[in-house]
Design a protein. Structure first.
Lengths: 111, 248
């Protein structure tokens, strides 16, 4: 069997700037989440559309950092990046189509 | 046939089985493609949620006057305002916010594990994988509490049109709003929770294989990266669920 304690591999020293970069992304994600809270609980109720826009914007900022930095997609080959990102266009199309459909259903029931 | 062979020898970027056009290994590429398909599944869930929510009337009054009713879609921050050990205190979205922070933190420790793997630092990978597993379990525990609270309901419950009072939620009826509201809560957070559970299981497998020195013998820690991709994706999905289910 393998003997874990008999390791002959010496780890390379950690690059401090690389680790700091990881924590920087973490701090950004935390701050954006905190900002989402602030918007949800402190902004006036009447700013419905504006709040919705802010939420969607902040969600995509967070998604960008997670996919780009944590999942490393921003540093992969550009062809790989677009292979992953372009299919999500279909999601946006589906969302648009279904929201229109939902409105039609609502109109049919309630007006 | 002979054409493609000539092409391969002329251009190193063309796929012939021997080169990696994307500069990513087969396993990593397949993980990405799996995640894309999984993203479609979650998108379908969230878009279905949008459709069903928009076909119900929205609550029109002010937040302070809000009461649960079967006739309109509830305001999420009025449903999710409980916190363990703070019974009766209204803390809108605080618990789910805590869950978000826990999942983001466990994503950070995962990146640190991958970074340690690049340096062949087994002790580092072990440490950070363990923290990632702890984060995953904590999130699952929080979700279990949230589900339990959602199912059992509030002290006062909610009065139905026939005068009877209903507490909590099941798949037929719930005190918070239309039946579909609870159904989507169970399916969306449940499907995500199952992903977290699978992620914790995979993380544990990676942790175990690290401790017995399999990756050190192999000469690289790429498995940590692959499972890391999956774990970050679970975090990514939660970011969207948090916004589209809890905040809006």
């Amino acid at each position: 069997m393998l003997e874990p304690e008999n390791s002959f591999v010496t780890p390379k020293p950690a690059d401090k700037s690389k680790i700091w970069k990881i924590w920087k992304v973490a701090i950004i994600l935390g701050v954006v989440t905190a900002a989402e809270f602030y918007v949800a609980l402190q902004f006036p109720e009447s700013w419905k559309e504006f709040k919705l826009l802010l939420f969607i914007g902040m969600t995509f900022i967070k998604a960008g950092y997670i996919v780009g930095e944590f999942m490393h997609l921003a540093h992969e080959k550009k062809t790989l990046m677009w292979t992953i990102l372009l299919p999500t266009v279909f999601v946006i199309w589906l969302l648009g189509a279904m929201v229109i459909q939902a409105d039609a259903i609502y109109q049919a029931i309630y007006s | 046939m002979s054409d493609s062979i000539t092409l391969k020898s002329n251009n190193k970027d063309l796929w012939g089985g021997g080169v990696e056009p994307f500069k990513a290994s087969y396993g990593k590429l397949m993980m990405w493609f799996f995640l894309i398909s999984d993203a479609f599944t979650f998108s379908a869930f969230l878009i279905a949620y949008a459709v069903i929510r928009l076909k119900h009337p929205a609550y029109e009054g002010t937040l302070s006057d809000f009461t649960f009713s079967q006739t309109y879609w509830p305001v999420p921050e009025k449903v999710f305002e409980a916190f363990p050990f703070f019974h009766g205190v209204e803390l809108p979205l605080v618990f789910v916010g805590l869950m978000t922070f826990i999942l983001i933190l466990s994503s950070v420790t995962m990146v640190l594990a991958v970074e340690a793997g690049h340096r062949m630092d087994r002790k580092g990978v072990e440490k950070w994988m363990l923290w990632t597993i702890v984060g995953g379990f904590t999130f699952l525990g929080c979700q279990a509490w949230e589900w339990s609270h959602f199912i059992h309901g509030t002290d006062l419950g909610s009065r139905l049109l026939d005068g009877s009072i209903i507490y909590g939620a099941n798949l037929q009826l719930n005190q918070y709003g239309p039946p579909d509201f609870a159904a989507f809560f169970f399916f969306i957070t449940g499907f995500h929770g199952f992903h977290v559970f699978s992620g914790v299981a995979l993380n544990f497998l990676i942790f175990y294989q690290t401790t017995v020195g399999i990756y050190e013998k192999r000469g690289h820690y790429e498995m940590v990266e692959k499972v890391g991709l999956y774990w970050h994706f679970v975090d990514l999905v939660w970011v969207f669920v948090f916004t589209f289910f809890y905040l809006i």
